[in-house]
Design a protein around this ligand. Sequence first.
Ligand SMILES: C[S@@+](CC[C@H](N)C(=O)[O-])C[C@H]1O[C@@H](n2cnc3c(N)ncnc32)[C@H](O)[C@@H]1O
Length: 257
Amino acid sequence: MPRPTVRLLDDVRPDETDHEFLPGMSRGWLMPWYDVVARFRRLGRLYRRTVEVAGVGAGQHVLDVGCGTGNLGVQVLRTAPGVVLTGLDPDGDSLRRAAPKLRRRATAPVTLVRGFAHRLPVPDASQDHVVSSLALHHVPLAEKELLARELARVLRPGGLVTVADFAGDHAAGHGHGSAGHGSGHHRPGRHQPGHGPGSRTHDADNADGGIERLLTAAGLVDARAVERMPLLGDQVVLVQARRPSSPAVDVGVTGTD
Ligand SMILES: C[S@@+](CC[C@H](N)C(=O)[O-])C[C@H]1O[C@@H](n2cnc3c(N)ncnc32)[C@H](O)[C@@H]1O
């Protein structure tokens, strides 16, 4: 049987061509090393847990925001057959690296879209799951707020968003410097040494329930930190929230759903 297609699309609008973003390894030319570093840093466990917590099922529609070289998407495709996967990332080089990896595992069409988290390239109420790993701290707060509204738009009623990102509170007492992300107690938008000159990370936005607040403000419900795990001398938090099944049910008017 022929392998399902992997399409590469460009959804960057003319007014977005100058829109800056922070690539996975801070500098585009380091990107070929991303998967080597990811393996060395044992990120596989994070990808596995994120997909387990999401609970992706056979034939479901899944969007991976900030998909990079497709490692989380590979785990999604390993977990359940027939998943219709869309990956979104502004870094075309990463998407081209993701494509063959995803093609090998796909049992349904995969679409990789060059674009930004503030505008998700899928129709209203079309996704059973949105997942994201280690991408939110690359996105400024104003764009994350737009992303959260987009999540509420693209998830089907009852659909889940599952996000893994640095907790931002540096509970371990030191930063994730050796990962190329600088050292602890970051302020939003501050230069992080390991991210190269002029680069900014936004992990401090996540501190003290920042991801949960972001999702709740956009109308998602039951936002909660499901678990934390140590990573790269820091902490990653896995946060999950749900699009309400129906407004009446979720404000408790008619009981539980
Ligand atoms: C550390 S990498 C994580 C990649 C992948 N999710 C993983 O876990 O291996 C962060 C990713 O976020 C992407 N990114 C940066 N700014 C973004 C934005 N505004 N919208 C969507 N993705 C963005 C980068 O291009 C990069 O691929």
